[in-house]
Design a protein around this ligand. Sequence first.
Ligand SMILES: *[C@@H]1O[C@H](CO)[C@@H](O)[C@H](O)[C@H]1NC(C)=O
Ligand SMILES: *[C@@H]1O[C@H](CO)[C@@H](O)[C@H](O)[C@H]1NC(C)=O
Ligand SMILES: *[C@@H]1O[C@H](CO)[C@@H](O)[C@H](O)[C@H]1NC(C)=O
Ligand SMILES: *[C@@H]1O[C@H](CO)[C@@H](O)[C@H](O)[C@H]1NC(C)=O
Ligand SMILES: *[C@@H]1O[C@H](CO)[C@@H](O)[C@H](O)[C@H]1NC(C)=O
Ligand SMILES: *[C@@H]1O[C@H](CO)[C@@H](O)[C@H](O)[C@H]1NC(C)=O
Length: 867
Amino acid sequence: MEFLLLLFFIFISSITTTFFVSSAPVQFTPPDNYLIDCGSSTTTTLPDGRVFLSDQRSASYLSSKDDIQVSVISVDGVPSSLYFTARIFVQKATYAFRMSRPGWTWIRLHFFPVNNTEFNLRNSAFSVSTDDVVLLHSFSVNDDTGWVMKEYLLNVTTERLSINFLPMKNSVAFINAIEVVSAPDILISDVGSILPAGEFSGLSNKSYQTLYRLNMGGPIITPQNDTLGRTWDSDQKYLNPKDLAKSVSVSPSIINYPAEGLSPLIAPNWVYASAVEMADSSVSKPNFNVTWKLDIDPAYGYLIRMHFCDIVSKSLNDLYFNVYLNEKAAISGLDLSAITSNLAVPYYRDFVFNASMLSPETLIVQIGPLNDHNTGTVNAILNGLEVLKMSNSVGSLDGEFGVDGTKADDASSKGAVAAVGFAMMFGAFVGLGAMVIKWYKRPQDWEKKNSFSSWLLPLHAGQSTIMGSKLGSHRSNFNSSTLGLGRYFSLSELQEATGNFDQNAVIGVGGFGNVYLGNLDDGTKVAVKRGNPQSEQGINEFQTEIQILSKLRHRHLVSLIGYCEENSEMILVYEYMSNGPLRDHLYGKNLPPLSWKQRLEICIGAARGLHYLHTGAAQGIIHRDVKTTNILLDDNFIAKMADFGLSKNAPNAMEQNHVSTAVKGSFGYLDPEYFRRQQLTDKSDVYSFGVVLLEVLCARPAIDPALPRDQVNLAEWGLQWKRKGLLDKIIDPSLVGVINPESMKKFSEAAEKCLADHGVDRPTMGDVLWNLEYALQLQEASSQGKMMMMEEENNYKPSTGAAAMPVAAATSSLPAVVVVSQQPDLPSSPDNRSLLESNSNSPAHVHAIDDHPGTALIPQTPGINGR
Ligand SMILES: *[C@@H]1O[C@H](CO)[C@@H](O)[C@H](O)[C@H]1NC(C)=O
Ligand SMILES: *[C@@H]1O[C@H](CO)[C@@H](O)[C@H](O)[C@H]1NC(C)=O
Ligand SMILES: *[C@@H]1O[C@H](CO)[C@@H](O)[C@H](O)[C@H]1NC(C)=O
Ligand SMILES: *[C@@H]1O[C@H](CO)[C@@H](O)[C@H](O)[C@H]1NC(C)=O
Ligand SMILES: *[C@@H]1O[C@H](CO)[C@@H](O)[C@H](O)[C@H]1NC(C)=O
Ligand SMILES: *[C@@H]1O[C@H](CO)[C@@H](O)[C@H](O)[C@H]1NC(C)=O
């Protein structure tokens, strides 16, 4: 219910704030749009029409032990009534938002130290961070600043975006208003390969803070007049000296956006309709630069975007000028006519600055005449300037430390090179098509990279109360155990196996490093995951992981073969799964469609792997990132869960102070309850598995932003159709007519139960497994045209090792279908014999919760498990 409410709010708040552009037909409706007036008892509507929710209406986003609001009737000198109220936190507090899609997102934080009798907010110091990025470190609003608005642009890659407020010792944190709003992905691209003037790729991995956004020679542009609710400041106070510059402006309506690419989303026409030019340009041969000086912090890198639009020339090919950044040539002989082939056409260019290249604490932007140029008017213009601070190597935008306490190593490193001109685009330029394509392709790309969190530490073992204690005892067993760690590989051996980590051998990419296909001496193919040595992951943790991973052996878990730690390399070697991720066989890759029976068998395999993680020998392991890209298929299409591991169950003090409860997981798969309560149970995996089931049935991604709004999220869309009893209308066309209706019914019921809003209402993986087995039986029975019904009692044969399992299926009160099955052929070594026993849970040992015909069903083929 809460979840639905949340969605409802998302929906409502999205439709109320569509930004319209008068001059150009460009409109961006942010998919996510959270606006909160903190500390306010009433909803606040700003002059631009945006509606900020009151505390009460935004309560579902906030988790805080404190409930302190302060307000004043009115204050002078603040831009809006948002600043009249604030919320104060004595302890850590978190606002968490559910994001509907990955990509660029604005976070705007509004601060004003509201006068009150309890706390002196002017002296308070606090930190603000997301789960990955430090936004503010030990921040204070000092006396002379009054109000402060901080704007950030983050590439959101997790479904849950949280903003954590952490007071410094003996202090409090406060916040007046929060905006979390999607930004169009064209705003900043990763593309570094369009123009050859040197390039920097990886912009999409960075987080940004807007330091300056200036409308040269024009008025302040308020959120009202900007397509995306941005504020553009006047440049006048940064001109130095002022008297060499002159403002010029035209009517915004004459700005002629190119047909594609550069749109008012990049900057509104008001920005391009004004400029600063050289003051004396009527003098015969003026020779000086117009200069702006901006304070910056040299410990960071910057993205500098310069906007140009020729609104001064009377004719084409009359204006040529130079642009300098920190006294180095950035663009020599800029010829806007050649680029835009028309007057009044916007153009912009991005530059990436290395921290070390900036002269102390000042960014100098200059425009000046082209020296040896004899024709044309002598002039130079600049229409707009944006300076964005880039997050450093540990994901911080303030201070030296990352969210996890790691220290930036790039802060002081010198070694400057010239300004790296980073390409950009304008309307009529090539490459825009490529960007459009990129935007449509993005969700897939994104999915791949999302294994960031699931490299070595993908899953949390029981942080919930139930699971936690189990894990504790198991861990100590593991640690004291003398069992082996898998095979040790030397670095040279792995170098040879992968062609010295050849780029062509890369079969997967994660934030932690690449995955390579390796060929061992004996011809065995292996998947080699090479951790980035710079990763914050310590060597001890790496060893613990190996110890634990090497004990997890199950036919439906991708097994760890060995590892290598040499020269501070951290490499894990896994069995190679030649048929790749399940997802590739469902959609997007044009592979032959899987039959319904194959799909069922794959789901059963995956369910068995998860069931083992939850309840098997290493019980209490929660995968945390169940999705179709983490279900891999071997030569024989046997499904195995990949990317599983263990989390630390005792976070160190630093983590505890920060955000040890970061919710990971992938878009479209995230358990709403885990989202709300940040309390992880094995039922979170069950939810994600429910999404997998729908994906298998409907052959479409869990999130598809290209679809109409009500169809974007597969879980919601599928449940909607299931409730209408019309799920068969949206299934994979290749299944239509082939799938047995009963089998599909059973399957979709299982999916629906997995997707229950509350964990307690969801089945266990064992139950799910049972239902899937049943769905397979129904399918096989129908395709063979016969179904043998028999009394369950006659056929229940417990196998060894089943004694400890609940045998609910065998009790007469629960009419159960019993499937007798073979032991799966697991890898056997003396070391894991005990594992073999406990993971031999055939469905017979798994209890059924479902209501189904009171008959037992004997499989036609006995070896249902042994496949
Ligand atoms: C702040 O509030 C106190 C009393 O609560 C009052 O005495 C003081 O003048 C106020 N200061 C300002 C700047 O309004
Ligand atoms: C950006 O992240 C992706 C995946 O997380 C990675 O492959 C790429 O190398 C990163 N780029 C940079 C410049 O860090
Ligand atoms: C966000 O980052 C991910 C991972 O680095 C990347 O794949 C994606 O393209 C980025 N999104 C945008 C809009 O740049
Ligand atoms: C904002 O737009 C309105 C018309 O839409 C215009 O009258 C007003 O002057 C603009 N303000 C600024 C600061 O550009
Ligand atoms: C403009 O500035 C650049 C870099 O600081 C300098 O090299 C150039 O000589 C200046 N031009 C004039 C005309 O002063
Ligand atoms: C900064 O310099 C380092 C080496 O000195 C280089 O690897 C990095 O790519 C540079 N970054 C930018 C933004 O130019």
